[in-house]
Design a protein around this ligand. Structure first.
Ligand code: AMP
Ligand code: ZN
Length: 471
């Protein structure tokens, strides 16, 4: 069975066939973070989703190019740069590094290319020039350049491919200040914003005077530069469908660089929001957790990644700390089973158990049905535990099961439980307990065990010595 995705463009589930005539290469573009602050785990739900798509395409044998831009010039960034008095690059560099670090903590593979908007001003200007030449963009009196939706539609193209629009009620894009510029029509959006006093030193020269690019044109310019004018998959959070992605289509197809009959993007995939008590997790509502907040509470990137990967990408998902604690318990079951299988397998090697990997693949082929895929994994854990209890696993069978898990984990990216996840102070307590036991001070050893319990850890005495386990 082939891989299928729900395509926002056609509002239906479609078989994935890449544009590459050889059927081998696949290009993905995901709208990246605006580096004005530390990203919250709602943002990371979308980036983990992009990572899942990339990893699964690789699992299916595609040679993937995964692009994620960095939006490093934008209203909020400019305001903060002005307030802080440091340079744009210095300001955004700090949050870009934090973002990359968080991405790694969450087990996401680094996108192959991460273009910054500020390093593509030349490409952005060329694209705007082309739109002006083609008569669908115009310079307004204040030096800003706008995209004319009316002219675009007049040239026989459709505006409103991802959403159904009522042109009488069309509102301007969120990131376009309505009163600021002299636009011909309310619906038109800015491609180039003329330099304003509040922009401070953040501006670039252009044929239309000093200014800076609009947000939408950045993604059109960078995605087409790297992946070509027509590429396979574009994704982002559902809030980007309109106006951001609609405007990306208008600009990119308006420039007319695609081969005849081909669209800017073949498959548009949108991830649903991470919610908190029924509301979208967002900076503006103040109901957010950053990854760092959760790490400080003792959770691991692995646990958070697992939780984010348990919900189907098109379902809104309510984030709770209880959910995260339950994720920890599920992972512990999986880890325990894997550890036992490793003990049985020893040095044996074997080809992956086909049944397990096939069930996984059938589930993910179905528009990335992670719930069914995890269901299969935990059924397998239950069966494996039963066989382990009955001593029915041979080393070869255990090795085959572990090899199948390796295949699955190349997509889920959960990895192994790292000993490094035991905090230093907890490890130190264990050492003190061992020392107390050696000194036959059993009441002290028991007190330390109780202290570890109180902090959420238990000690398992194994043949290889004591091991710490989370309660
Ligand atoms: P931003 O940094 O605001 O440009 O957002 C980066 C990405 O995070 C975009 O793809 C957004 O759609 C996505 N996003 C923002 N809030 C949420 C949320 N609560 N749940 C899932 N994705 C989100
Ligand atoms: Zn974008």
């Amino acid at each position: 069975m082939g891989l299928k995705f729900f395509n926002t463009l056609t509002r239906s589930v479609e078989e994935f066939t890449p544009l590459d005539p050889a059927g081998h290469k696949a290009g993905i573009y995901c709208c990246g973070p605006t580096v004005h602050d530390v990203a919250h785990i709602g943002n990371f739900r979308t980036f983990v989703f992009a990572d899942l798509v990339r990893r699964y395409l690789q699992f299916k044998g595609y040679a993937v190019t995964h692009v994620m831009n960095i939006t490093d010039v934008e209203d909020k960034i400019i305001r903060r740069v002005r307030e802080s008095g440091i340079s744009l690059r210095e300001y955004t560099g700090k949050y870009e590094s934090a973002f990359l670090e968080d991405l790694q903590t969450l087990g996401c593979l680094r996108p192959h290319q991460m273009p910054r908007a500020t390093e593509h001003i030349g490409e952005i200007i060329s694209l705007i020039e082309r739109l002006i030449e083609r008569g669908i963009a115009y310079k307004a009196a204040d030096g800003s350049v706008y995209f004319s939706i009316e002219k675009h539609r007049g040239s026989g193209r459709q505006y409103g491919q991802l959403v159904k629009l009522n042109f009488d009620e069309l509102r301007p894009g969120e990131r376009v200040s309505n009163d600021e510029y002299a636009k011909e029509s309310l619906a038109d959006f800015a491609l180039w914003k003329a330099r304003a006093p509040e922009d401070g030193e953040v501006f670039w020269p252009s044929p239309w005077g000093e200014g800076r690019p609009g947000w939408h044109i950045e993604c059109s310019a960078m995605s087409m530069k790297i992946l070509g004018p027509s590429f396979d998959i574009h994704l982002g959070g559902e809030d980007l469908i309109f106006p951001h992605h609609e405007d990306e289509i208008a600009q990119s197809e308006g420039a007319g660089l695609q081969p005849p009959g081909e669209r800017f993007v073949k498959y548009w995939l949108h991830g649903a929001h991470l919610m908190v008590e029924g509301k979208k997790m967002s900076k503006s509502l103040g109901n957010f957790f950053t990854l760092r907040d959760l790490l400080a509470k003792g959770f691991t990137g692995r646990e958070i990644r697992y939780l984010l990967l348990t919900a189907h990408y098109r379902e809104t998902f309510n984030f709770t700390l209880e959910g995260l604690t339950a994720a920890r318990t599920s992972l512990a079951r999986l880890d325990e089973c894997l550890a036992k299988l490793r003990a049985v397998a020893g040095n044996a090697t074997a080809a992956a158990d086909a049944g397990l990997a096939e069930g996984f693949s059938a589930a993910l082929d179905d528009d990335l049905n992670v719930s069914a895929a995890w269901g299969g994994v935990f059924d397998w854990v239950r069966d494996a535990n039963r066989l382990l209890t009955d001593n029915q696993f041979t080393a070869a069978l255990a090795a085959a099961a572990l090899a199948a898990w390796q295949r699955i984990d190349s997509v889920f990216g959960i990895g192994e439980k790292a000993d490094a996840e035991v905090p230093a102070e907890i490890a130190a307590l264990l050492e003190q307990r061992e020392a107390a036991r050696k000194a036959r001070n059993f009441s002290r050893a028991d007190a330390i065990r109780a202290e570890l319990n109180a902090q959420g850890w238990t000690i398992e005495d194994t043949s290889k010595g004591p091991r710490l386990k989370r309660l």
